[in-house]
Design a protein around this ligand. Structure first.
Ligand SMILES: N[C@@H](CCC(=O)N[C@@H](CS)C(=O)NCC(=O)O)C(=O)O
Ligand SMILES: N[C@@H](CCC(=O)N[C@@H](CS)C(=O)NCC(=O)O)C(=O)O
Ligand code: FES
Lengths: 104, 104
């Protein structure tokens, strides 16, 4: 669909993309972690897009199997949610992924 | 209001009360922590009450200044959210509060 093409284009053109909701603390946690690492992620607040928000969430679920927020992509690759991203960071595996994607 | 009386009655009659939302990870975290400590909190899922949910949230905001979830009460006393409850636990201050309220 056109929406799916847009999402794929967004993921291809931006080193780090976070699909988020403004009032969700897990979304805030992952945005704060990335900013602390000197990364300027493209943040898409799904609750500020009207009817498109849930539609994009459906596309993300089709593409990744994940309907929840936050939904994090680095270098076009699906990383997962907040706990996944934090786990990678603690293992020292997040920063190499960010460097590889020219995000830092 | 009648609703405010109901909320006050709930807080007076139950040693531990958590106002939550089913899909919120911070709410899940605090419920999991309390259950791990052997406590059976009274959990009120605000997103399952229809129009009463937001009304109760307004009452809680009037009573505590906090409109967010989770909203935790022990022995009728307002504790705060997830980060507040976890901080108390880490300082060893949560379990004495739970014992005092006959929650354990
Ligand atoms: N472990 C996941 C949890 C994700 C999650 O459950 N997110 C919630 C908000 S905190 C959500 O999107 N809930 C909506 C739903 O469950 O439909 C993560 O760390 O991101
Ligand atoms: N630090 C607070 C954060 C609470 C918070 O921001 N909760 C969010 C959901 S995770 C909320 O209720 N958002 C609704 C709103 O901001 O209106 C806690 O630990 O409980
Ligand atoms: S909505 Fe509460 S942590 Fe996401």
């Amino acid at each position: 669909s056109r929406l799916e093409d847009n999402v794929k284009k967004t993921l291809a053109e931006n080193p780090v993309v976070v699909y988020s909701k403004t009032w969700c603390s897990y979304s805030s946690e992952v945005k704060t972690l990335l900013k602390r690492l000197g990364v300027e992620p493209l943040v898409i607040e799904l609750d500020e897009l009207g009817p498109q928000g849930p539609q994009i969430q459906k596309v993300l679920e089709r593409l990744t199997g994940q309907h929840t927020v936050p939904n994090v992509f680095i270098g076009g690759k699906h990383i997962g949610g907040c706990t996944d991203t934090v786990k990678l960071y603690r293992k020292g595996e997040l920063e190499p992924l960010l460097s590889e994607a020219n995000a830092k």
